[in-house]
Write a protein that binds this ligand. Structure first.
Ligand code: SAM
Length: 203
């Protein structure tokens, strides 16, 4: 059985659902595994580890190429659980950092060849400013929940707080669209996933 469908990962997924801690949509999980096995990812970064469901998948997918993953999470409780699951999975290529983005990203040196953004969506624009320069040409950035509440927005029933979040997500998409070296693919499963490849631009 593959790692994605292992008992440990299925159990972790159930635990997230029981505790109402969001985790990666199954389609995105399968895409990450496929993508990361096919690339030569050496250094990955995740912003927003939650209980570590996506962290474990990323780390396991890149382990064979000698890749390692750094996970940033602001909740000590969640981080501790993610660490526990990582040790149960026998993964020694993950390190966990307790901190609050975007401030905590400033001290990270990079570069990274895969970045997964799955934290407070209202801060995606500020995070992108710090993350894009740390992404290697040829590398990829994935951002989850980019369509958050889009259906309610269309129906005109969004709360004020959610309207602000939607506006910030729209700024994030506009920021990406203006990058000359970004190649963007949108997936509509879950709450929407963006996969952005940083093109290698020839001088
Ligand atoms: C959707 S969950 C992450 C799920 C995880 N990536 C997965 O697929 O299993 C979002 C996580 O981001 C964390 N988070 C939100 N905003 C953050 C920030 N500004 N800095 C660090 N962590 C943040 C939350 O505490 C939460 O655990």
């Amino acid at each position: 059985m593959d790692f994605l469908h292992s008992e440990l990962m299925q159990g972790l997924r159930r635990r997230c659902q029981e505790d109402h801690v969001a985790c990666l949509a199954e389609e995105s999980a399968a895409l990450f595994c496929r993508l990361l096995r096919d690339t030569h990812c050496r250094r990955a970064l995740e912003v927003g580890a939650g209980y570590g469901y996506s962290s474990l998948l990323i780390a396991e997918s890149i382990a064979g190429q000698g890749g390692s993953l750094l996970c940033l999470e602001r909740s000590a409780e969640r981080l501790a659980l993610a660490e526990l699951y990582a040790s149960q999975a026998g993964l020694d290529n993950i390190s966990f950092l307790l901190g609050e983005a975007p401030a905590a990203l400033e001290s990270l040196t990079g570069p990274f060849d895969f970045i997964f953004l799955d934290a407070a969506m209202g801060q995606y624009p500020a995070m992108l400013e710090l993350l894009w320069p740390r992404l290697l040409p040829g590398g990829m950035l994935a951002a989850d929940n980019v369509d958050f509440r889009a259906e309610e927005e269309a129906a005109g029933t969004l709360s004020r707080r959610h309207k602000t979040l939607r506006r910030r997500l729209q700024s994030f998409s506009a920021q990406l669209a203006q990058l000359p070296d970004a190649e963007i693919t949108h997936y509509s499963w879950g709450e929407g996933l963006l996969l952005v490849r940083r093109k290698e631009i020839m001088e």
